[in-house]
Design a protein around this ligand. Structure first.
Ligand code: ADP
Ligand code: MG
Length: 321
């Protein structure tokens, strides 16, 4: 059986005035039906770049290598007709900052109807209206509110509308880039509940991206942690959040404690420093300059992502253990 999504040696670099900027470097990842896979990592680690390649929506100045397979079909090389058919109907994306991308002067029903009409031009107006109502109910908004404008909705409701749009053409795969980042904590929890419920009920697969590991640990089956364009740790959500092996995964888990976690309240931990400049990465492990456990050998070569007891980690200490 083909995976719903398979990334094979995916690398993306941007052409810039200062030369190529490597944003994603050699990422392998799969998502299967009924599964929620998370990608965590600080801003600038390449998460959005990776997400954009799933539907070949990366910016024009991006050079992509490797393979992106959706249901076994190569997205990077398929013809435009196939790509158009794929978008919305097989896979859809909720973009980072999507909350602000609803058109303020159009009713939400019109905006949700658009991809449906595009993909199923044979449907009658009544059928489209019924489908829009059904989608709104599915995301917890009464169908009777379909004629409101975006400004009449709260932030959380607008995010629900974005999710309804992503579901509009019944895709098997949904990519959500920072879907709750702009929301306050309570609303964030409601949206995450909604997302996990939908994945279960509809049996779809989901790739969900967040800089906040605690957000992912609540909804994901598996989590990959990215640093400087690479996956440095990958495992079950529980492993990565509760017992991270890579020092970066550990730092990230501590930087974003679960709400109400008493241990975190007494030992709030920041993550000092910044990810490296992609144009001038440090020699060896890219996390070495910030790593409190670094030794000389860390400066020699970038550690490979190794299998360790059911998960993967890219740290020389982990490999040696
Ligand atoms: P994240 O989503 O994890 O914050 P991004 O994928 O947005 O990371 O960015 C990864 C790297 O690629 C960053 O260094 C960013 O500055 C760079 N980048 C993103 N988009 C572009 C672009 N269109 N042109 C050049 N560089 C870009
Ligand atoms: Mg991003």
């Amino acid at each position: 059986m083909d995976h719903l999504l398979e990334l094979d040696g995916l690398s993306v670099s941007y052409r810039t005035a200062d030369g190529p900027l490597p944003a994603v470097r050699g990422v392998d990842l799969v998502v299967d039906a009924g599964e929620v896979v998370g990608i965590a990592g600080e801003s600038g680690c390449g998460k959005s770049t990776l997400a954009s390649t799933v539907l070949r929506l990366q910016p024009k100045d991006a050079v992509v290598e490797g393979e992106v397979l959706v249901a076994g079909r190569d997205v990077l090389t398929m013809g435009w007709g196939d790509l158009r058919a794929l978008r919305w109907a097989e896979a859809s994306i909720v973009f980072q900052g999507a909350l602000h991308s609803l058109n303020p002067v159009r009713r939400i029903e019109t905006q949700i109807a658009e991809p449906i009409q595009l993909h199923e031009p044979g449907l009658s107006t009544a059928e489209v209206t019924a489908r829009v109502g059904e989608l709104l109910e599915q995301v917890g908004i009464p169908a009777a509110r379909s004629r409101v404008y975006p400004h009449q909705l709260s932030g959380g409701q607008r995010q629900r509308v974005m999710i309804a749009m992503a579901l509009a053409c019944r895709p098997q795969l949904i990519v959500a880039d920072e879907p709750t980042t702009a929301l306050d904590v309570m609303v964030q929890a409601q949206i995450l509940d909604l997302i996990s419920g939908l994945v279960k009920d509809l049996g779809v697969g989901m790739l969900i991206i967040s800089h906040d590991l605690s957000v992912l640990s609540d909804v994901c089956d598996r989590v990959a942690v990215m640093y400087a364009g690479r996956v440095v740790e990958c495992g079950s959500a529980e492993q990565v959040f509760r017992a991270p092996a890579h020092p970066y995964a550990k730092a990230l888990a501590q930087a974003f404690p679960r709400v109400g976690d008493p241990a975190a309240r007494y030992a709030p931990a920041g993550l000092a420093g910044d990810p490296p400049d992609p144009h001038a990465p440090p020699p060896g492990c890219t996390f070495e300059p910030r790593c409190t456990l670094a030794v000389d050998a860390c400066r020699e070569a970038e550690p490979p992502l190794l299998d360790i007891g059911g998960r993967q980690s890219a740290c020389i200490r982990v490999g040696a253990a």
